[in-house]
Design a protein around this ligand. Structure first.
Ligand SMILES: Nc1nc2c(ncn2[C@@H]2O[C@H](COP(=O)(O)OP(=O)(O)OP(=O)(O)O)[C@@H](O)[C@H]2O)c(=O)[nH]1
Ligand SMILES: [Mg+2]
Length: 441
């Protein structure tokens, strides 16, 4: 996502850390390199210049902090500016939707409106669940232009666990009114209203959207922007801004090999916050766009926070509790080990996790290595799965005939079973070590 930028920034910063003093020359060189990487990431030229000029100003004007090395101070200046560019504190850390309210999806054809509509439904429902609530969410569409567009919304809305309504009317304006009435009649708390896209901005679409917003009266107008189309998306957004005045942007397809340009430039050029980003086709691939974390990721500082949060969402508290208990007691059974493995797989692939770890984006872990680890995990789970309860708790009883039976049951070789037991042994040692070091009390 931000690989290219984070690699460039990391190398720029590390070339500075060797110097005890920053000179005008090495600062100028670094700024030139920053500018080049931004241009390469598809940031508009004028914006690169503005960014660089602001950093220069800060570097000149900054107070000397004795506890920081000059290079660290430079990193701090870049980070602060980047953060301000991305939206600073503007986007609330914990955004919640008002109840009742209507969300209107806007954007060009294929930008991801329909998918994101369902992602939002899931997001809102998950957020409510965390507080022990259940939201009544309705998804509906007035996209009569593309055949099957409405069916598509029905499929994804149902996947997200939201209700769906198909208007009887086929005239856009009449259908919109019908949908609004339906949502009101059945007391929906959130209405997510999907609209039709066009290949390009056209006046008819804009005036239709304008009429629609007068009927729908959305509390939130989201412009979905395809990060893959790069700089061009900024001018598209500008037109939407002038005609419809959207409230927030959602950058979709950030998982693609899109360069970081749009994420970098959007807030600064449009003066509108980016609230979410889409990071995949699945419905749970939606993240709040948190400027602070993104700035760190862009600078190659890793983002352990995002990883932790993903983990929190996907791992049930009870599982954590029982694992914590076995960690604390310093004893871990193969059952716990299997649970750990399946937690890891639920967190997403290893390759996904590695991206978030500080310093890891720079490490050269080959995809072959990752693939191998993922294969091992699967195998290990199968092996533990074919053990009896007793064997899982007292692996010491595993003699050769038991091992043979387990290997057969899991469809693996005897060597695989031995490998698992060795790994398990290592994990146990590790837990004991942590306990000794008082990581757990
Ligand atoms: N990889 C990836 N694909 C996405 C993301 N968001 C949407 N897509 C894909 O992009 C394609 C278009 O998405 P739609 O949701 O149909 O886009 P739309 O804006 O509703 O398109 P129209 O209704 O034709 O205007 C689909 O194949 C989606 O699966 C994302 O964040 N990442
Ligand atoms: Mg659509």
């Amino acid at each position: 996502m931000f690989d290219f930028l984070s690699k460039s920034f990391s190398s720029i910063f590390s070339s500075l850390t060797g110097n005890s003093k920053l000179t005008e020359k090495n600062i100028d060189e670094s700024m030139q390199k920053i500018k080049d990487s931004l241009l390469e990431s598809d940031v508009p030229y004028e914006l690169c210049n503005t960014f660089i000029a602001e950093i220069k100003q800060d570097v000149v004007g900054q107070k000397v902090v004795n506890s920081l090395r000059p290079s660290e101070q430079f990193v701090k200046v870049v980070y602060d500016r980047l953060l301000a560019f991305l939206g600073g504190e503007y986007v609330q850390e914990s955004f919640t939707f008002q109840i009742p309210s209507t969300i209107m999806m806007l954007g060009l054809q294929g930008s991801g409106k329909t998918t994101t509509a369902a992602k939002l439904a899931l997001f809102i429902q998950n957020q409510a669940k965390k507080r022990g609530k259940n939201r009544k969410i309705l998804c509906a569409s007035v996209d009569f232009y593309r055949p099957a567009a409405i069916d598509q919304l029905q499929v994804v809305a149902e996947q997200a666990g939201a209700d769906f309504y198909r208007a009887q009317a086929t005239d856009v304006i009449k259908a919109a009114q019908e949908i609004v009435d339906y949502a009101k009649k059945y007391n929906y708390e959130i209405l997510i209203f999907d609209t039709a896209g066009r290949l390009q901005i056209d006046e008819m679409m804009m005036s239709e959207l304008d009429q629609l917003q007068k009927i729908v009266k959305p509390k939130y107008k989201f412009l979905v922007v395809d990060a893959m189309i790069g700089q061009e998306s900024l001018s598209v957004a500008k037109t939407f801004q002038d005609r419809i005045a959207f409230d927030y942007a959602i950058l979709s397809k950030m998982d693609s090999n899109a360069r970081a340009g749009v994420a970098f430039s959007f807030r600064y050029s449009l003066k509108k916050p980016v609230l979410f980003m889409g990071t995949g086709e699945k419905l749970d691939n939606l993240e709040l766009f948190r400027p602070e974390r993104i700035a760190k990721r862009m600078l190659g500082m890793g983002d352990i926070l995002t990883l932790v949060e993903n983990a929190e969402d996907k791992i049930k508290q009870s599982e954590q509790d029982s694992l914590e208990k076995s960690f604390k007691s310093g004893s871990m059974t193969l059952e716990d080990f299997a649970q750990q493995l399946s937690m890891a797989s639920r967190l997403g692939s290893l390759s996904n996790m590695i991206k978030y770890l500080p310093g890891m984006s720079n490490l050269n872990i080959s995809s072959a290595q990752i693939e191998q680890s993922e294969k091992d995990m699967k195998k290990f789970r199968a092996i533990i799965g074919s053990m009896t309860k007793k064997e899982k708790v007292y692996p010491k009883i595993l003699d050769s005939s038991r091992k043979e039976r387990i290997a057969k049951g899991a469809g693996v070789s005897g060597a695989d079973v031995a490998q698992l037991l060795q790994r398990f042994e290592q994990s146990q040692q590790f837990v004991k070590l942590l306990k000794k070091k008082k990581y757990f009390n």
